[in-house]
Design a protein around this ligand. Structure first.
Ligand code: ADP
Ligand code: MG
Length: 271
């Protein structure tokens, strides 16, 4: 049996997909608008080697909310995440962030292969200067959240792709971050695995009341996990709204993007 199928069986058996994930989220609704945003970005600009990637980006994200950022490849989505976590500096504009404690989940699980699952999580906790006992407790709590308690002493190479992804989730939330940034968390995964990961994202947002941003190409991911989405094109936000309104939108950018047509203002290879 191909390894991919093994992954699916394994994940599906361990983690039944809650039917209620979306409705729970809808019941929770949008966070209070009168609260202070956790992330506030205004007039953000960034160029690389004289080529402007971000012209004027503005958005806010509140606690308990997930903002989806979508748009053609190369339009600057990952650049926004790198600016938010301070990996690169903006050329102009302002980023106000309530907490420097940011959980990151990338497309590749980015685990250190020479370390066990426990050691990968310990590394994420190193700045916390916790006692051994507290660190053990936090690590086992997070692993149980993603259903991987039994793998605490395993090396990443002994885990399936899906399990590695779940360890990377556990690592991202080991410090109870107020902000979680996901860069293409489901890209390259099959539909069953994508659903499992999307359910974790919804669950984490509800549990931690974190402010989350998900950069994604995958339709199911932004439809299921985002409260609001931004469609970026040529360095600007061309559409901003609820995922359920995206398909009905007459905005020429969103219409083309959500229906995946060649006709429209988004030219293949133009960004
Ligand atoms: P997306 O995530 O939307 O696919 P990125 O944010 O990764 O796009 O990249 C946007 C553009 O900026 C691309 O053209 C990319 O080549 C360029 N870019 C990103 N990072 C750098 C960098 N460090 N140096 C030079 N160019 C970069
Ligand atoms: Mg990217």
């Amino acid at each position: 049996m191909p390894e991919e199928n093994l992954d699916n069986d394994d994940i599906a058996a361990e983690q039944p997909i809650p039917e209620s994930a979306k409705s729970e989220k809808q019941l929770n609704g949008r966070p209070q608008k009168d609260s202070k945003p956790v992330i506030s970005v205004s007039h953000l600009q960034k160029a690389f080697n004289g080529r402007v990637v971000l012209k004027d980006i503005n958005f806010e994200v509140y606690a308990g909310e997930t903002l989806g950022i979508v748009g053609p490849s190369g339009c600057g989505k990952s650049t926004i995440l790198k600016l938010l976590c301070g990996l690169i500096e903006p050329d102009a504009g302002e980023i106000v962030i309530e907490s420097r404690d940011i959980g990151l989940v990338f497309q590749s699980s980015a685990l250190l292969n020479s370390l066990t699952v426990r050691e990968n999580l310990e590394l994420a906790l190193r700045e916390r200067k916790m006692s051994r006992q507290d660190s053990d407790r936090v690590i086992s709590e997070r692993l149980s959240l993603v259903g991987l308690t039994d793998y605490i002493d395993a090396y990443p190479s002994a885990l399936s792709g899906g399990q590695q992804k779940r360890v990377s989730f556990a690592r991202a939330i080991v410090t109870d971050p107020k902000i979680i940034l996901y860069d293409e968390p489901t890209t390259g995964l099959d539909p069953v695995m994508s659903t499992v990961i999307e359910d974790y994202m919804i669950d984490l947002e509800n549990r931690l009341k974190a402010a989350c941003i998900v950069v994604t190409h995958q339709y199911s991911t932004w439809m299921r996990t985002a409260d609001r989405i931004l469609l970026m094109h040529a360095g600007l936000v061309e559409w901003d709204g609820k995922p359920e309104d995206a398909l009905k939108s007459d905005n020429p950018y969103m219409k083309q993007f959500s229906h995946a047509t060649k006709e429209g203002p988004i030219l293949a290879g133009s960004v």
